[in-house]
Design a protein around this ligand. Structure first.
Ligand SMILES: NC(=O)c1ccc[n+]([C@@H]2O[C@H](COP(=O)([O-])OP(=O)(O)OC[C@H]3O[C@@H](n4cnc5c(N)ncnc54)[C@H](O)[C@@H]3O)[C@@H](O)[C@H]2O)c1
Length: 270
């Protein structure tokens, strides 16, 4: 018996990375999954992969920053699968142009907030009425360790920090309907996007590494559990979507190998 048997889950950004791994994991545990994704090719591929693994999936072309598009995607999910039990609001990410406040283009701030903070609000706005009808549900939002602390990315940190209090508020507002809301705050997850952005960079291993490279290597030594695979976050999402986590609501679970929990003094080797 699957841990999510009989449940219907809606996942945004499930054409890639964490949400795609979660769609596969949810389906493996018996859930029917709706893949809401802006990239048609990626969404169709994810749908095929879930089906090839024996699951039930539907891809819905969706722009999660647009209210009407999200509304249509939720309605299509319920029309096909009959109900809504779990929602993982996962599409998101930061921009390289997310630079110090006095230098930032206003559009960068607005795009980052729309994708990372407006989007979960829109999904909840359209999805919660169906969870109420189903007699309960589980909302899973994506924060980041950078949302639990300050960082050099102001727009992303503000959006992901906002997720923490938005999630607590959802927990308070919908407890009487049996709806739980939690967030996951990952450290570094080796999605294709982050591998492209952060890995295989020669400068990291140069003989005279830059200060930035030194900092990255030092951080890895201080927080060896802080780098994970999409499947690590999918495992947490399965737990949060399932009834096994029925005592947990309003929480943000850091999956960051302790990066937001402790500071360890690192003494560089000579
Ligand atoms: N990867 C990490 O290291 C990491 C760390 C902390 C937090 N996170 C958070 O986890 C979440 C998932 O990250 P990921 O690395 O798996 O992302 P990813 O870039 O691998 O995948 C994101 C998916 O969202 C889709 N998408 C983008 N804009 C969209 C839109 N407007 N409408 C619908 N779909 C859209 C993309 O096409 C892509 O398929 C994000 O919210 C991110 O901020 C990731």
């Amino acid at each position: 018996m699957g841990r999510l048997d009989g449940k219907v889950a809606f996942l945004t950004g499930a054409g890639a990375g964490i949400a795609k791994a979660t769609a596969l994991a949810f389906a493996h545990e018996g859930a029917k999954v709706a893949i809401a994704e802006i990239n048609v090719e990626a969404g169709r591929t994810a749908e095929r992969e879930v089906r090839a693994a024996g699951g039930d999936a539907m891809f819905i072309e969706t722009d999660v920053t647009q209210d009407a598009s999200v509304g249509r995607a939720i309605e299509a999910t319920v029309a096909k699968f009959g109900r809504l039990d779990a929602m993982m609001n996962c599409a998101g990410g930061s921009l390289q142009e997310d630079v110090p406040v006095h230098e930032m283009d206003l559009g960068v701030w607005q795009r980052t907030i729309a994708l990372n903070l407006l989007h979960p609000f829109l999904c909840c706005r359209h999805g919660i009425p169906h969870m109420m009808k189903a007699g309960g549900g589980s909302i899973i939002n994506l924060s980041s360790h950078l949302g639990l602390m300050g960082s050099e990315k102001p727009a992303y940190a503000a959006a992901k920090g906002g997720i923490v209090s938005f999630t607590r508020t959802l927990a308070a507002q919908y407890v009487d309907y049996g709806i739980r809301a939690n967030a996951i705050a990952p450290g570094t997850v080796r999605t294709e996007r982050s591998i492209k952005r952060y890995e295989n960079q020669d400068w990291l291993f140069a003989e005279n590494p830059s200060p930035a490279a030194r900092t990255r290597v030092a951080k890895q030594k201080m927080y060896p559990f802080s780098i994970g695979e999409p499947g690590d976050i999918a495992a947490i999402a399965v737990f949060l979507a399932s009834d096994e986590s029925r005592m947990i609501t309003g929480a943000t679970l850091p999956a960051d190998g302790g990066r937001s929990a402790y500071i360890k003094v690192y003494v560089p080797e000579e």
